[in-house]
Design a protein around this ligand. Structure first.
Ligand code: ASP
Ligand code: MG
Length: 480
């Protein structure tokens, strides 16, 4: 059993530590007031995290490992049993789990029902989500079994749907509050199942440990503010295995936030950073990182090693190995990231770390669901460059994610992720004196280390709208 010795440092009066104490106390007070106000107005406010003030603590514990299991890995009872097999015999382990299977998508539909005011349809959808989880529980326990905590969570979810007076201005807040249940439920089942099969562990509510910014649906974790909370949660538990949700946290006002779709990798990386983990492993349904998506490009091969920078570039270009935000928290602490096959824990997978052997195969990455915006100033008398700041601040305001930029004297073309806010952004650009042309159904293909043959095959032809190339990399915006 791990020995989590706690060393409490008395409050210090150096400007730095003193400052952060005062600051966290102030944040807490604000949150508490908010929660109280909120509670009056809203019956579901018990769902809002209240962060307790925390003393500075230093915890000495053995080197931890962080394992992350995605939705595909826990989509069935077999998946959960396999997770148990993988963690068997491990100590000093923090397990991050996503929502089971396609639960996040199903919860997004529940949110859509809230938006449309169709509560009955929403309840029907929740019922199907309950049935799906029940079937996994029944299979795992070998007989129909009620897990009180799971029932409680589903009860809360129903209450939110039924009791909320929905306002469009709160769309992101309610989206986050609803979809977070996928992870809350999956981790409860996993934690209970591990206990049931002899692996003692502690379930951690990441809404009380991860403090994020207020940016719903796409939040960043405030690592400094989260560190003492996460460490405190591991304190005096008498166990050395912890199970927490990927993808979720809470904003300073106590409301639930999510970290962007597929954000569980990022959660795991932040946990690894805070705990100074010796390694992080992402267990996936592939053997490791491949040089291309085998569903789209035949002949894909596995890459044994990658360095952090290559991994960031790949993730950014849309390779669905890991969430793009995952690398930085690991890189800052020099923690290696293993991408390993869920089906066979003896296989080495791919390791991502500071130094690695150079990659010697071309890498192809396809980012789908792109929109091309071509922007031109209505007033031709000045060059567009002078107005870049206006354009990009509007992009920031409407949270458009830009993947490729192409400019000439009068045109600026941007390839962006399709999102809820594109039309609002286009309207705002028009209101600011720009002509904007929007072309949907695009995709962005990046080929690193391209060959003549790949160029001929993918970077030419009438469907190519924009092509940018350097010596090693070509990027193509093309019609789907
Ligand atoms: N469950 C969330 C999603 O499907 C987060 C994750 O899987 O990483 O996007
Ligand atoms: Mg998922």
């Amino acid at each position: 059993m791990a020995n989590f010795a706690i060393i409490r440092t008395p409050p210090q009066h150096s400007p730095r530590t003193g400052g952060s104490n005062i600051q966290s106390a102030r944040i807490c007070t604000k949150m508490n007031i908010f929660s109280q106000l909120y509670r009056k107005k809203n019956p579901t406010s018990h769902l809002f995290a209240t962060f307790a003030p925390i003393n500075r603590i230093t915890i000495k514990y053995p080197a931890m490992k962080v394992y992350k299991f995605g939705g595909a890995s826990v989509k069935s009872a077999d998946g959960v049993r396999n997770l148990r097999h993988i963690v068997d015999g491990e100590e000093n382990l923090f397990i991050i789990v996503s929502a089971m299977g396609k639960t996040t998508n199903a919860l997004e539909e529940v949110f859509t029902c809230m938006q449309k005011g169709d509560k009955q349809e929403g309840l029907d959808r929740i019922k199907r989500i309950v049935e799906y989880h029940d079937s996994i529980i029944t299979d795992l326990w070998g007989a129909p079994t009620r897990i009180e905590q799971v029932d409680l969570l589903f009860g809360q979810l129903r209450n939110i749907l039924v009791d909320t007076t929905y306002r469009t201005s709160d769309a992101e807040l309610w989206y986050d509050t609803i979809v977070a249940f996928g992870e809350l439920i999956s981790t409860t089942i996993v934690s209970e199942y591990l206990k049931h099969t002899g692996i003692d562990n502690r379930w951690i509510d990441m809404r009380t440990t991860f403090v994020t910014n207020q940016r719903h649906k796409d939040a960043y974790v405030d690592i400094k503010a989260s560190e003492p909370r996460l460490k405190e949660a591991l304190e005096n538990t008498g166990v050395s295995v912890f199970v927490g949700q990927g993808f979720i946290g809470a904003a300073p006002d106590g409301t639930t936030t999510t970290l962007g779709r597929e954000g569980s990798d990022y959660s795991a990386a932040v946990v690894a950073n805070i705990l100074d983990a010796e390694s992080m492993s992402v267990w996936k349904d592939v053997d490791g990182v491949l040089n291309a998506d085998p569903k789209i490009f035949p002949d894909a091969v596995q890459i044994a090693e990658l360095n952090y920078l290559d991994a960031i570039e790949l993730a950014y270009s849309g390779a669905q190995i890991i969430h793009p935000r995952t690398i930085k928290p690991l890189q800052n602490k020099n923690i290696p990231l293993y991408v390993r096959p869920f089906g066979d824990k003896r296989k080495p997978g791919t390791v991502i770390r500071a130094m690695s052997a150079p990659v010697d195969v071309p890498i192809l990455i396809l980012k789908k669901n792109q929109v091309l915006l071509t922007i031109r100033s209505r007033d031709f008398s000045f060059v567009l460059e002078e107005r870049f700041a206006t354009i990009f601040s509007l992009f920031e305001r409407f949270r458009l994610k830009t993947n490729l930029i192409h400019n000439s004297a009068v045109n600026l073309s941007l390839c962006v992720d399709n999102s809820w806010h594109i039309d609002e952004a286009v309207n705002a650009l028009r209101a600011n004196g720009f002509d904007v042309m929007k072309t949907g159904d695009m995709e962005l293909l990046t080929i690193r280390g391209y060959t003549d043959e790949l160029w001929r095959r993918y970077a030419k032809g009438p469907q190519v709208f924009i092509r940018q190339s350097t010596q090693a990399t070509v990027r193509v915006v093309r019609k789907r």
